[in-house]
Ligand binder design. Structure first.
Ligand code: HEC
Ligand code: HEC
Ligand code: HEC
Length: 458
């Protein structure tokens, strides 16, 4: 298992890449404390605390990120060691209660957007390491995060007590997590730290994760976190351990899948900074969770399609662009996508621009992620490089496509490279645009009905 030296190296590498996000561990006095600090920093990266506890453009861990939930917006809090605005006055015991039991220092219940149900699985030693690092390794920020105002009468925090009785928390692991064997380490990383299930496990009407459907797929604010169980038809049963490691490390599994939206962020902030040993442990664990088939996908999402030139090119008739109906799928593809993804959809030779066939987003029977990719583009930085595709949504600096254009493009792409006929409408695309939110989204569109969602993406 990853020894401390290894962890420290990874952390240094990670923080160099994150551009001095973290304060140097200057308070560390002896080796023990230094080791604890290094471990804490690594765990904070694995737990992706920064993703929720930092607002766009804000100081790391100073909170203030607005996170949408079906019951209203929740603001993340300042968890820097500033005594007035942050958690500087928290004792180790206070910190443990917040992290593993969802209790604030003053005894109030935290909203379960804070994934304490997962962090409940942390060992005592790792809670202490995180505490040590947050107290001594993070710059205090004297900035108050906005208060969460739920538009509900009464004290909604109290209802969290009932919620906590329904939700099944992880049980704290014991011993030294660095000495676990591969599968136990993988389980620990996946459940207690990486909280893959926060996004990939469906929730019931009370928003509690359904553990008997672990990783079977779930809506997420326009995106869909797909079924990643080892089912060979509904999940990622055809992926090798190395495919999964490559995906988590770089956001890109060649000829299969790329990470955009919330997954791009999870890769950027968290998984790409894990040691190779930990990534293999995580992948080995994911590969052996119970398989669940999918109600919509009945063939591996990354197994559809092949390179095809557009019908016009195949038949040898070369059209001038203005001969094509500019509103049709083929013309929209040629004008906006073909320059990068190729006329035949094969992408570039090195696959920096990926193929659109054998592409899990195009092959999925759920068109959510294809629509969202076109609306938001891809923007992901990892130690292995930067992946970037322009957005075609409202903030696009290349081309703003209308709802109808995106719908036509999606129907065309899934037909040409994916799982077949889809009938996405412009109204459905409109309802998925991140802002402004439409008051009454079309029912056929998944609008994240009932989901605690991850950090906002821009
Ligand atoms: C998915 C988003 C998310 C992640 C990831 C997350 N948090 Fe939180 N956390 C929140 C939100 C939101 C709150 C405020 C909840 C509330 O006000 O009820 C919170 C509250 C807290 C609090 C209570 C602070 C206070 O006094 O209000 C602590 C401590 C905390 N988080 C620590 C952490 C640590 C450490 C990590 C990483 C191991 C982490 N959080 C990861 C969303 C998150
Ligand atoms: C913040 C929410 C979130 C978290 C946390 C998260 N995922 Fe994802 N994941 C997603 C979304 C959304 C997608 C779809 C991304 C896309 O289409 O670009 C995805 C896609 C994937 C895929 C690609 C599946 C396919 O068929 O293409 C894999 C594999 C994956 N996630 C594994 C994981 C693992 C393992 C973890 C925990 C280490 C994890 N995810 C944590 C939201 C999340
Ligand atoms: C400037 C070049 C460029 C253009 C133009 C472009 N793309 Fe991309 N596309 C990329 C790159 C780069 C990636 C991401 C590769 C990665 O994630 O590693 C990508 C990724 C994708 C993905 C996979 C996303 C995921 O979440 O898995 C899809 C689908 C896609 N593009 C479709 C399109 C469509 C449709 C258009 C036209 C509207 C388009 N692209 C225009 C470069 C481009």
């Amino acid at each position: 298992m990853a020894d401390i030296k290894h962890i420290f190296r990874t952390v240094l590498l990670g923080s160099a890449v994150l551009g001095g996000l973290y304060a140097a561990p200057s308070h560390a006095e002896d080796n023990d404390e230094q080791a604890l600090m290094a471990r804490g920093a690594y765990l904070a990266t694995a737990g992706d605390c920064v993703a929720c506890h930092t607002r766009p453009g804000g100081k790391p861990f100073a909170g203030g990120l607005e996170i949408a939930t079906p019951k209203g917006a929740v603001f993340s809090t300042n968890i820097t060691p500033d005594p007035q605005n942050g958690i500087g006055a928290y004792t180790l015991e206070d910190f443990e209660k917040a992290l593993r039991r969802g209790l604030r220092k003053d005894g109030a219940y935290l909203y379960p957007v804070m994934p304490y149900v997962s962090y409940a699985g942390l060992t005592d030693q790792d809670v202490k390491a995180l505490y040590t690092w947050f107290m001594h390794g993070v710059q205090p920020v004297a900035e108050k995060a906005p208060e969460t105002q739920m538009g509900f009468p009464g004290n909604i925090r109290m209802s969290m007590m009932a919620w906590n009785m329904l939700a099944e928390s992880e049980k704290p692991e014991t011993g030294d997590s660095a000495t676990y064997d591969k599968l136990r380490r993988g389980h620990y990383l996946a459940t207690a730290l990486e909280h893959c299930g926060t996004c990939h496990t469906p929730r019931n009407f009370m928003l509690v994760e359904q553990q008997d459907q672990y990783l079977a797929g779930s809506q997420l604010n326009g995106w869909f976190a797909p079924n990643i169980t080892p089912s060979s038809t509904g999940g990622i049963g055809d992926w090798s351990e190395d495919d999964l490691v490559a995906y988590l490390k770089t956001g890109h599994a060649k000829g299969r899948s790329q990470a955009a939206g919330p997954m791009g962020e999870a890769v950027e902030h968290s998984t790409s900074h894990l040691s190779d040993e930990d990534l293999h442990a995580l992948a080995a664990f994911i590969k052996q969770v119970p398989a669940h088939d999918d109600e919509i996908d009945h063939q591996a999402r990354d197994s559809f399609g092949k390179a095809t030139l557009s019908a016009d090119l195949r038949s040898g008739i070369v059209h001038r662009v203005d001969d094509l109906n500019p509103l049709d799928g083929p013309a929209l593809y040629d004008a906006n996508c073909a320059a990068c993804h190729g006329a035949d959809g094969a992408g570039t030779a090195d696959q920096y621009v990926p193929t659109l066939y054998t592409n899990s987003v195009v092959g999925s029977g759920r068109t959510d992620n294809l629509v969202m990719t076109i609306l938001e583009g891809v923007n992901r930085s990892t130690p292995s490089g930067h992946a970037s595709m322009p957005s075609f949504g409202g903030h696009s600096d290349v081309q703003r496509l209308s709802d109808d254009e995106i719908a036509r493009l999606v129907n065309y792409l899934t037909q040409r490279f994916g799982s077949g006929d889809h009938h996405v409408t412009g109204a459905q695309v409109g309802a998925m645009r991140p802002s402004p939110p439409t008051p009454t989204p079309a029912p056929a569109v998944s609008t994240g009905a009932g989901h605690v969602t991850a950090p906002e993406h821009t």
